[in-house]
Design a protein around this ligand. Structure first.
Ligand SMILES: *Cc1c(COP(=O)(O)O)cnc(C)c1O
Length: 415
């Protein structure tokens, strides 16, 4: 695969952007190769500036469930463009998208839109603190909830103590109210609540982990968290920025029969444009300004283009909501076939997989790098890290999947 233009552009990018990127994982540092620079995308495919074509499993980090440049979405966006780019005033499209979300996630009565998942999570946690009058929150190890200071925390020495900053630039005091717990550990949660329950505003969780490889859901653990949060008057927050509308038309809680108090959304609901949202019942949401005293605002929130991309995407999704099972079976095919090719060759690879989201974990990082580079060179674009999830879209065909499987088989022959 020739990479002349991409190479030149990336050298240029490094002169003006930190590491040549605007978000760390885009550097492809983990796989030790120059990154793919994206010139354009169409359905399940992406092209770099050298006109190399890739089957895309990154899909805007999970945002593009219909694939790139879905024609109806683009058509609607072009129409929206003609009415103006930004108002900073309420627009009918905000009502329309909120209605769609509310119908799809029945426990939500009111919604607040933001510009990113990070902002949605920050807003939801501030609201939880405002509602309960408490300061502490519980999050889980290896979960990702965006880049807010107090969420970039890892477990301190004693688990019942404050979290410690995971990034330079985060003051120790900023993570002092963040308790970091191991996922799935009942005993430690019990202890945390026995000691501190009355001071804990919220537990926030990715119901299915999508940011440290795919972490499978634990239904019993979610139920247990629901019970203990009820018992202590703590709010339970699902961060569904990745999982919302990914596995069904709405929230994963409909499959789990565990209802959170607050939900954070993002990615898919913006159809590829920057977005975030959080929602809850009227009682909780009425504490938010201008009705209540919890402040949160933004110049760009409810942007008409982002709203329209979300509306158009979700309308198409709703029409085809029975097809989620097909997406699931395509993913099953991909994962089981790739796994079966490793067995005969005694390659130690585990694919973590929940429905149409999957991640690779090789025994050695070097093997992943080799596998990754081979696949990339053959036009298969996976997430460039074992800790990032890969996705399927409704644009992927069985032919794409079969081609990916065959290419993986050739990669394994070379490992
Ligand atoms: C992507 C993501 C976020 C952050 O969203 P941004 O739009 O990148 O700010 C938060 N939580 C989860 C679970 C995510 O996957």
């Amino acid at each position: 695969m020739v990479k002349r233009v991409d190479r030149r552009l990336f050298r240029e990018a490094k002169k003006y952007l930190v590491g040549g990127v605007n978000s760390p994982v885009r550097s492809f540092n983990y796989v030790g190769t120059i990154p793919v620079l994206a010139e354009k995308g169409k359905s399940a495919y992406l092209w770099d500036y050298d006109n190399n074509k890739y089957i895309d499993y990154i899909l805007g980090w999970g945002s593009l469930i219909l694939g790139h440049s879905q024609p109806e979405v683009i058509k609607d966006l072009k129409k929206t463009l003609n009415s103006g780019l930004s108002f900073g005033l309420t627009n009918e499209k905000e009502i329309e998208l909120a209605k769609i979300l509310k119908n799809a996630l029945p426990f939500i009565e009111k919604i607040r839109f933001t510009n990113s998942g990070t902002e949605a999570v920050m807003g939801a946690l501030r609201l939880a603190r405002g509602c309960t009058g408490r300061e502490k929150i519980v999050k889980f190890e290896n979960s990702y909830h965006g880049h807010a200071d107090y969420l970039l925390a890892k477990a301190g020495s004693g688990l019942l103590t404050q979290g410690i900053p995971q990034s330079l630039g985060v003051p120790k005091d900023f993570t002092k109210y963040t308790i970091v717990a191991p996922f799935g550990n009942y005993e430690i949660i019990e202890k945390i609540f026995q000691k501190d329950g009355k001071n804990i505003a919220a537990i926030i969780i990715e119901p299915i982990g999508g940011n440290s490889g795919v972490v499978l859901p634990d239904f019993d653990f979610l139920k247990f968290l629901r019970q203990i949060t009820r018992k202590y008057g703590t709010l339970f927050i699902f961060d569904e920025v990745i999982t919302g509308f990914r596995f069904n038309f709405g929230s994963i809680f409909q499959q789990f029969a565990v209802t959170p108090d607050l939900v954070c959304l993002g990615k898919i609901i913006g159809g590829g444009l920057p977005i975030g949202a959080y929602g809850a019942n009227n009682k909780i949401m009425s504490r938010l300004s201008p009705q209540g005293k919890v402040y949160q605002a933004s110049t760009f929130s409810g942007n008409p283009l982002a709203m329209q991309a979300g509306i158009s995407t979700l309308k198409i999704l709703e029409k085809f909501k029975d097809n989620y099972v097909m997406l699931w079976s395509l993913a099953d095919l991909l994962v089981s076939e790739i796994e079966s090719k490793t067995i005969a060759r005694k390659i130690n690879l585990k694919i973590n997989h929940f429905q149409n989201m999957f991640s690779f974990r090789f025994k050695e990082k070097k093997q992943f790098q080799k596998f990754y580079k081979f696949m990339l060179n053959e036009g298969i674009l996976f997430a460039p890290s074992e800790f990032e999830a890969n996705f399927l879209s409704f644009a992927h065909t069985e032919k794409d999947i079969m081609h990916t499987i065959k290419t993986a088989e050739r990669a394994f022959d070379r490992l």
